[in-house]
Design a protein around this ligand. Structure first.
Ligand code: SF4
Length: 451
């Protein structure tokens, strides 16, 4: 959960964000639209005239958390009856007017493609008119809007390059709540990147549900692919770090890998969700690749970009998953040697193809046991990956002060690994060379060394 921090005069809006990086970036777009319309962002729920909660629907527990927050807002509304409450994002899109059923709670419901409507809907709500706009768009990319940055460090920022997804993985709600895939005009992406450089940012992360299928076609039929966009962004400033997320194994091209190899400022990390190590389960998930094809992509990464770290997403206990399928996930993890992974047990989402066509037949205790085995294996792999870094030197971009001690700073390597080290004369936003002396389960520990 993230909140923002500037107080001011009329229409103070408190924004709370749940879910993925796309949602964080969307809340920055919302903050921009509202500040451009006379609203100001409140740092504290207690000071707010309007509360907006930007929600996630990816798993059941994500929505459960939002219902919990809405109960808190209900109490706040009892204390301040004029308070307006708005639900944004994927849950707003999935549940639509169901969220308005409780007369005394939610005032406006706005889907991910309708944020331009927020000022109008808020004005009507101030006059007692509840509002909803959950229309999905085939064009909307908020390309002309410069997000109001909500991060605290002023070093790293998200830049959305596309919206929606066409992949239709059978377990996923994203295509239903974020709509069809559409790429953003590259000129507007480069404009936003240059604005960030002018504001002193040192790193950008290009965001999309599947960045590899980015494809912009201009009025005369000229096309810009993801590898070409990546090159354009890398060329804006050789001291600007460039990251991207999320890749899709079926679309990850060698062009992207060679472009990464050509530019030192494109970071050596790829997030390549696998979800399962079993080709049979991947077929049921409609992932569009087999175990062997995925391994081929990893081999290409290892050949073209030997120093690149790979992270992934894994789902345990998908419909009909057997012990044999599960073992294939474990052996694939071992073979890749992931540096990091996001791991979850299958959570059936309403109206997805899997919910409509497949049985959620793996007992919950079996899902949990398999997930535990996956997590245990990954923590061994992550530890091994960090131990391999001891004795090596890495360029680190400093992002902040260590939670443990103000004498220590932290930052990330190009491989997206967190490093903690004594601050000496360095400051947030600096690039420093750090020699790795040790590692914990979560971070690398080092000291600053001369270049
Ligand atoms: S690629 Fe699949 S899992 Fe990812 S957002 Fe699209 S449909 Fe969902």
């Amino acid at each position: 959960m993230t909140t923002t921090n500037t107080d001011s005069t009329n229409g103070r809006v408190y924004i709370e964000t749940y879910g993925c990086q796309m949602n964080l970036n969307d809340s920055e777009v919302v903050a921009s639209i509202l500040t451009a319309n006379g609203y100001h962002i409140a740092s504290d729920l207690a000071d707010a005239d309007v509360v907006l909660i930007n929600t996630c629907s990816i798993r059941e527990n994500a929505e459960t958390r939002v219902w919990g927050r809405l109960d808190v807002f209900r109490l706040q509304k009892k204390k301040k009856p004029s308070l307006l409450i708005g639900v944004l994002g994927c849950m707003a899109e999935r549940l639509k007017d169901k969220l308005l059923e409780d007369e005394k709670l939610v005032d406006i419901v706005v889907g991910p493609d309708a944020y331009r409507e927020l000022p109008v809907l808020l004005r009507s709500a101030e006059e007692g008119q509840k509002g909803i706009n959950v229309l999905l768009s085939r064009e909307e990319t908020y390309a002309d809007i410069s997000p109001v940055r909500l991060d605290k460090n002023g070093v790293s920022a998200y830049v959305s390059i596309m919206r929606g997804c066409n992949n239709m993985c059978t377990y996923c709600v994203v295509p239903y709540v974020r709509g069809a895939e559409r790429s953003r005009n590259p000129e507007t992406i480069l404009r936003e990147v240059k604005e960030l450089i002018d504001e002193g940012y040192k790193e950008v992360t290009l965001l999309g549900q599947n960045v590899d299928s980015y494809s912009w076609v201009d009025d005369v039929g000229g096309r810009v692919s993801f590898s070409e966009l990546l090159e354009k962004v890398a060329k804006t400033d050789s001291r600007l770090r460039v990251r991207f997320s999320t890749s899709h194994p079926k679309d990850l091209s060698d062009e992207v890998l060679y472009t990464m190899a050509m530019y030192d400022n494109i970071c050596s990390h790829i997030h390549l969700p696998v979800q399962s190590g079993s080709s049979r389960v991947l077929e049921l998930m409609n992932r569009g690749y087999s175990r062997e094809y995925y391994m081929g992509r990893v081999e290409a990464i290892r050949k073209i970009l030997p120093d690149t770290s790979i992270s992934t997403d894994i789902i345990s206990g998908f419909c009909t998953e057997t012990e044999v399928d599960h073992d294939q996930t474990l052996t694939l993890m071992e073979w890749v040697g992931y540096d990091f992974a996001y791991m979850f047990k299958y959570s059936e989402r309403p109206n997805t193809k899997a919910a409509r066509r497949l049985q959620d037949d793996v007992p919950d205790d079996v899902k949990t046991r398999r997930l535990t085995e996956i997590i245990e294996l990954q923590s061994k792999l992550s530890e091994k990956s960090k131990r391999n870094d001891v004795g090596k030197c890495f360029e680190v971009l400093i992002e902040g002060v260590s939670k443990k001690s103000t004498d220590q700073l932290y930052g990330r390597t190009s491989q997206n690994k967190v490093v903690v080290f004594p601050r000496e004369n360095a400051k947030i936003g600096d690039y420093v060379n750090v020699e790795i002396k040790d590692s914990t389960s979560a971070t690398l520990l080092g000291i600053i060394v001369k270049k």
